[in-house]
Ligand binder design. Structure first.
Ligand SMILES: C[S@@+](CC[C@H](N)C(=O)[O-])C[C@H]1O[C@@H](n2cnc3c(N)ncnc32)[C@H](O)[C@@H]1O
Length: 222
């Protein structure tokens, strides 16, 4: 079993790693061999959208889930505090040999098309009336934290946006790992997605977490 990074953040500002984060780690551990083979001969651009505390990006770097040492890790979050936390977590776990860049942006809006080889997204998936507005100042800690959880209708407002961009985001060999909860109606969402796009979608991990059922699916081009 691969080690879990040590994380120490201010959880008034940044999402605290929880069952969803750990399910993503287990999924990446399970996919280790597949990713090793797929990217054994080339540098990979690995992008985590919504990096929060940085636990997932650090896990990838610490455990060399992508084998090439010089691979580039991009950690994107809309919350500025999350980017500081991501850098701190990487440092705390001595991830020195990887190139890590953090970017404050909305989803993939600052990322060049078709460049990302491995995409990971643990989104705000809790159903809510709407997605909260982006706070006007950095200091509105609670409001930044709301953005980590509340996903609008069916909890799918943000994930839907990303799914619609997947063609533009991923490189030809790219793979995306996206987490859903049962209230997101993942089977319906994926069927609708497959009706519009030519992709392979695979259930990698699923787990009951309290009263919630969480699943991670992988997406690759057909
Ligand atoms: C459920 S948390 C996951 C955090 C971390 N990846 C983990 O697994 O513990 C969702 C993260 O997505 C970020 N986020 C929400 N909406 C976003 C958006 N539109 N663009 C980028 N990041 C976003 C939040 O700030 C939060 O850090």
């Amino acid at each position: 079993m691969l080690p879990t990074p040590y994380v120490k953040c201010d959880y008034h500002k940044v999402y605290e790693p929880a069952e969803d984060s750990f399910l993503i780690l287990d999924c990446l551990e399970k996919e280790h061999e597949f990713l090793k083979q797929r990217f054994s001969n080339s540098l990979a651009i690995v992008c985590e959208i919504g990096s929060g505390s940085g636990i997932v990006t650090t896990f990838l770097m610490q455990n060399k889930i992508i084998p090439q040492e010089n691979s580039i890790h991009l950690a994107v979050d809309i919350n500025p505090w999350a980017l500081e936390a991501t850098l701190d977590t990487a440092k705390l776990n001595s991830c020195k040999n990887n190139f890590l860049e953090v970017i404050q942006t909305d989803l993939n809006s600052s990322i060049r098309n078709n460049q990302v080889d491995v995409l990971i997204f643990n989104p705000p998936y809790v159903p809510a009336e709407s997605v909260p507005d982006v706070p006007e100042s950095r200091e509105e800690a609670d409001q930044w934290l709301d953005l980590a959880l509340l996903g609008g209708k069916d909890g799918m407002a943000i994930t839907d946006k990303l799914l619609q961009q997947l063609e533009q985001i991923l490189s030809p060999d790219g793979v995306a790992y996206i987490l859903f909860c049962a209230r997101n109606k993942p089977k319906e969402v994926i069927q609708t997605f497959l009706n519009s796009y030519r992709w392979n979608v695979k259930l990698v991990e699923t787990r009951k977490a309290g009263w919630e059922v969480l699943s991670v699916y992988s997406f690759t081009r057909r």
